[in-house]
Ligand binder design. Structure first.
Ligand code: DGT
Ligand code: CA
Ligand code: CA
Ligand code: ZN
Length: 576
């Protein structure tokens, strides 16, 4: 069981306790525990197995430690089951609807006798929800939208979940199969889609049987669908399917190409092959007349043979990229090594886990030339946002650390709330003291499109706002994007010189790929940030870069590809 799966159970406990109207300190204890578990760098599962004392983790007391132990050893938590038994089954389903708070759920249940998602949908449609006291038409509409969102959620896995599973799986296979020389996760994961249906792995190994057995015998396999000499398919407890294929080294290029897809891209390639009298399959290119097979150890060689420039996996969407490759027009996309700074990070001054020192040292170790420390602003009470006084000490401390630590430039920053009316959480005088300001929406996300658009553009008109953080505020699979006129926002960004953030946090991936392309087209500047709340979170840069690549970004499109001196002089220009 992964830490996020454990944290999810604690999230359910929190919702149920709130529905029961439990005291807020009890609720907060579980809330805090959930956050700690989610972000904890080591597997709780393994710690329990090794008999470690979980109560040494801050925020985890005896009661919570016992519940974690029970959950990872038995797969159940009797406390949670008892709580669940206090509510009708259908009411529990309502908890999964994004934005529907516990108080509202209880009212819907008690006052309208709504005990299922379908019943709620009906009550929204016939106006009963809107007619509840203190509810109104707007809130009812938002609930309606949230139901649609929840229903459209398929059984696909959000990238964050799939990445976590994929990393464990590849580590396991490498540790347990000494013969493996290449192991590549292909399919939608390699293309870096937002959601993933299943995982397609290809490996080259001197011991195929060993790899097949290791896959079928892995802990956490719920069902073995097939166990052959060259392919093993399993379903894990989490419900995700894994296909592992063994491949010979001379076929690797064709194999990776075939299983990376997507289907449309592959169809286009097969057409091109056909034009050359060849047929493309997972083993290579076959001469249609003679039947001889040409094999390719690398994808590059295969694309070259087809008269094409190499197409990076992130662009293989069957959306015209093959034509670009034919004309040699695929640009040199941004790479992780191009990124010189991180401009959105949190520390334990607000809701981050780690200290400024830890975050800065990690950033330096990752080779960054600069980092902006952007803890939350005062309005984010629940995230321990900084009062003006604390912000001042925050900045002073960062200045001290810049000279103490050395080797990395430190920007005194903030991630400042854009309030519901578009006003900002700090005054201009306060902002003038900062080196870098990201402004983000964290509240009133259900506003109508015109209000939201105006709100964000109003923030951008303040020249002290350098960038807008996670513009759509979506959480993949959990919260829909805000309703807004994105084109108008991108134009205003270009107009005002405000950068738009590509947020690499896997739960967000915000801007999404099509918005990145569109923003670039309309002339907006972009930055790629991690939104890290822990030192490991600084690793999100890799994901932000993959996302930017899906939006066809080159280094020149991304502000934080500038070196420190150049970037800091850009800041001066932007401010004036
Ligand atoms: P997913 O798993 O739904 O997130 O999306 P993919 O793209 O990973 O799709 P999947 O797992 O069905 O197949 C992986 C790749 O294998 C796919 O992108 C292209 C290739 N592929 C699958 N089935 C076929 C097929 O019938 N013909 C050809 N040419 N390629 C296929
Ligand atoms: Ca797949
Ligand atoms: Ca598959
Ligand atoms: Zn934020």
């Amino acid at each position: 069981m992964t830490n996020s799966e454990i944290a999810e159970r604690f999230g359910t406990i929190v919702s149920l306790l709130q529905m029961k109207g439990e005291k807020s300190f009890t609720v907060r204890a579980y809330q805090r525990a959930g956050r700690t578990i989610e972000r904890f760098p080591r597997d709780m599962d393994a710690m329990v197995a090794e008999g470690e004392d979980l109560t040494e983790i801050p925020g985890v007391g005896k009661a919570i430690s016992d519940k974690i132990a029970e959950l990872v050893t038995t797969g159940k938590m009797s406390y949670l089951e008892r709580l669940e038994s206090e509510f009708p089954d259908g009411v529990l389903d309502l908890v999964d609807i994004p934005g529907l708070g516990p108080k509202t759920i209880v009212r819907l249940w008690k006052e309208l006798d709504v005990t299922s998602v379908d019943a709620l949908e009906a009550a929204v449609e016939d106006g009963r929800v809107a007619s509840l006291p203190r509810m109104g038409k707007k809130s009812a509409e938002n609930i309606g939208r949230a139901i649609q969102f929840a229903k459209s959620k398929s059984d696909r896995f959000p990238m964050a979940r799939a990445m976590d599973i994929s990393r464990r799986l590849t580590a396991y296979l490498r540790d347990n199969c000494s013969g493996i020389s290449d192991l590549v996760v292909c399919g939608s994961m390699r293309r870096f889609e937002e959601t993933v249906g299943d995982l397609d792995l290809v490996c080259v190994t001197s011991d195929p049987a060993g790899a097949m057995d290791a896959m079928a015998g892995m802990d956490g396999v719920a069902e073995v669908l097939g166990h052959g000499e060259k392919k093993t398919s399993v379903v894990l407890d989490s419900g995700i399917q894994i296909d592992l294929r063994v491949c010979e080294p001379q076929h690797l290029g064709a194999m990776l190409q075939y299983f990376t897809g997507n289907l449309h891209h592959n169809v286009r390639l097969r057409e091109i092959a056909a034009g050359l009298g060849l047929s493309l399959n997972e083993y290579g290119l076959k001469d249609v007349e003679t039947g001889t097979l040409e094999t390719y150890a690398t994808e590059e060689a295969l694309y070259r043979r087809l008269g094409l420039q190499y197409v990076p996996p992130e662009l293989r969407q069957g959306a015209g990229e093959v034509e670009f490759a034919r004309n040699n027009d695929i640009p040199r996309l941004v790479e992780l090594s191009d990124i010189k700074g991180d401009l959105h990070t949190h520390t334990d001054w607000s809701d981050g886990r780690d200290t400024m020192e830890e975050m800065i040292l990690e950033a330096r170790a990752r080779g960054l030339e600069y980092i902006a420390v952007t803890d939350h602003s005062v309005g984010r009470g629940i995230a321990n946002g900084l009062s003006v006084e604390r912000l001042e000490s925050h900045g002073k401390r960062l200045k001290e650390l810049e000279s103490d630590i050395g080797g990395i430039r430190i920007l005194r920053g903030t991630e400042m709330d854009i309030r519901a009316d578009g006003s900002l959480d700090y005054s201009d005088e306060v902002l003038d003291e900062l080196d870098w300001v990201v402004a983000s929406v964290h509240s009133a996300m259900g506003q109508d499109s015109a209000t939201m658009t105006e709100r964000i553009i109003k923030a951008m008109r303040n020249p002290r706002v350098f960038a807008i953080g996670h513009l759509s505020t979506r959480l993949i699979g959990e919260r829909p994007p805000v309703d807004a006129d994105y084109d108008a926002i991108f134009r205003a960004a270009a107009d005002t010189g405000t950068a738009l953030e590509i947020n690499g946090s896997l739960g967000r991936l915000d801007l999404k790929d099509t918005h990145i392309s569109r923003a670039r087209e309309l002339g907006a500047a972009l930055v790629i940030n991690t939104d890290a709340h822990t030192t490991e979170g600084l690793g999100n840069m890799e994901y932000g870069v993959s996302l930017a690549r899906r939006g066809w970004c080159e280094p020149s499109d991304i502000l934080n590809c500038m070196g420190a001196d150049e970037f800091i002089s850009w800041l001066g220009k932007k401010r004036n």
